[in-house]
Design a protein around this ligand. Structure first.
Ligand code: C2O
Ligand code: CU
Length: 491
């Protein structure tokens, strides 16, 4: 069958599934997933109190404060979170809705919220020093914008290293007519677990090398020096592998998983035992479905996948660090009628070590995009630093002592990056989507792209269509704090 026709047909099926089972609250608490957000699932009282629908404006209240969360049996993490939970509550909107989020700061220091991936108006972007002053302790700020386009996003603090302290949550804008069919969905947040307060990393690989991660294997970056915070494990939806969350499916169902990486410093390899993954969206954007065994997902990236539940049992959902220096994060995919409630001890998906790994060049948008035209302006940028110094740089400059990248409204901008360092850099542009991947066939729309280590390269192109002062930076929050950022400024 012609692929386009197939997609149209499945679109209708998907729409029908969604139409019948609208969640009726914009906010779901932590307990709502991974069992939810399943269409038709119960609503959550606390969440409902925190949200009210006023026409097409969704009002949400987010309170940033100290929280204690149990990440594993007897393992209580005293940290910071939103509305008393980590990860923060899922904010779920429908296509066309506006979000009005009142953020209250009950932390001992200033904070902001950034709506990662959404091209919001500049004053709503939540970047301290660029778009707003931090919300002071005891203060509040109202963020209001149209939540478009549809997709899987995240929200997080953009002050200092607060993101690595638990101030993160998923933000979902449901499409009215998904281009793929599915029966239920689940949000999967992959995170690294830092028991103490995050601190900037010193030069030359102190920190992680001597810290917690070293316990579980060789320091990330190996002999090149760690520069990894002392993480004590990896989490899926806030739980260590000792207390994995379970995702229930029925045989024959199609399960959509929105996989999101809000972590401070970890690039994951994600796979599910006994099942292949149909990649349907990259950074929230619909792509031509690609079937793989595993994918890499870096900080700030999102991938939606559909899994066909055709292999009954209890299977591991797992995510290892790409460096393999830590026990993988784990959850369970459990068929309703399965005899076993969990996979055998130590069972991990084969996809973590073998099989077809998604490549950026595999991804293409749904519409035929012409090969990109000649850009009006090109930036050639070198990513380097760290390791033997305590700064990370873009073209030798460390933010805030760095020149803005100046653009004019309406220009087509090309950014070429070369990574001269041995570490990975997921580069994220605020306020815009860009095209990346195989640009000769139109590429794929994203907002965060991983630049491989050791002279790895990545190129993206965007149209300067959202005037303002926008941040462009590495989403490893330690690299960001150490200078790997620039302002993109409309002049
Ligand atoms: Cu997800 Cu500048 O951030
Ligand atoms: Cu980086």
């Amino acid at each position: 069958m012609d692929r386009r026709l197939f997609i149209q047909q499945t679109t209708l099926a998907g729409a029908a599934v969604l139409a019948g089972c609208r969640p009726d609250s914009a906010v779901r608490t932590q307990g709502a997933y991974p069992a939810g957000p399943v269409p038709g699932a119960p609503t959550y009282t606390a969440a409902r109190e925190a949200s009210a629908s006023a026409g097409s404006v969704r009002q949400v209240r987010l309170v940033a404060a100290s929280v204690e969360v149990e990440v594993g049996p007897g393992e209580v993490w005293s940290t910071w979170g939103y509305n008393g939970s980590y990860p923060g509550p899922e904010i779920r909107l429908r296509e066309g809705e506006h979000l009005e989020a009142t953020v209250e700061n009950q932390l001992p220091e200033g904070t902001t919220v950034h709506w990662h991936g959404l091209p919001v108006p500049n004053p709503m972007d939540g970047v301290p020093g660029l778009t707003q002053d931090p919300i002071p302790p005891g203060g509040s700020f109202v963020y209001a914008f149209a939540a478009e386009p549809t997709g899987s996003y995240l929200y997080h603090s953009h002050v200092g290293l607060q993101l690595d302290r638990g101030l993160v949550g998923p933000l979902i804008v449901e499409e009215r007519e998904p281009h793929i069919a599915y029966d239920r969905e689940v949000t999967i947040l992959l995170d690294d677990y830092l028991p103490g307060a995050p601190e900037p990393l010193a030069a030359g690989g102190r920190g992680g090398m001597m810290g917690g991660r070293g316990r579980m294997g060789q320091g990330r970056g190996g002999m090149m020096g760690g520069q990894v915070p002392p993480y004590a494990g990896l989490l899926i939806n806030g739980k260590l592998p000792s207390d994995p969350v379970a995702v229930e499916v029925r045989r024959g169902e199609r399960l959509r998983m929105r996989v999101i990486n809000p972590s401070g410093a970890t690039t994951f390899r994600f796979a599910v035992g006994g099942h292949r993954l149909i990649v349907t969206h990259a950074d929230g954007y619909p792509v031509r479905p690609v079937t793989v065994d595993a994918l890499h997902i870096s900080m700030g990236e999102r991938y939606d996948i559909v899994l066909e539940a055709n292999n009954p049992g209890a299977w591991p959902i797992a995510a290892s660090t790409v460096e393999g220096d830590s026990a993988p994060a784990q959850a369970i995919l459990r068929y309703r009628d399965a005899a076993a409630t969990r996979p055998p001890d130590g069972a991990l998906p084969e996809g973590l070590g073998s099989g077809h790994l998604l490549q950026l060049g595999d991804l293409r948008g749904m519409e035929d995009a012409p090969p990109a035209a000649q850009p009006d302006r090109t930036f050639d940028l070198t990513l380097s630093g760290g390791m033997m110094s305590s700064v990370w740089t873009i073209d030798g400059q460390a933010y805030p002592d760095a020149a803005p990248l100046e653009v004019h409204e309406g220009e087509r901008i090309r950014v070429r990056m070369t990574n001269q360092s041995p570490m990975l850099h997921p580069m994220h542009l605020h306020g815009h989507f860009f095209r990346t991947g195989d640009l000769s066939v139109g590429g794929v729309r994203k907002d965060t792209v991983l630049v491989p280590a050791h002279m790895g390269r990545a190129t993206f192109e965007f149209v300067a269509d959202n005037p303002g002062r926008w941040f462009f930076h590495c989403h490893n929050v330690y690299h960001l704090e150490a200078g790997m950022a620039r302002e993109v400024r409309y002049v």
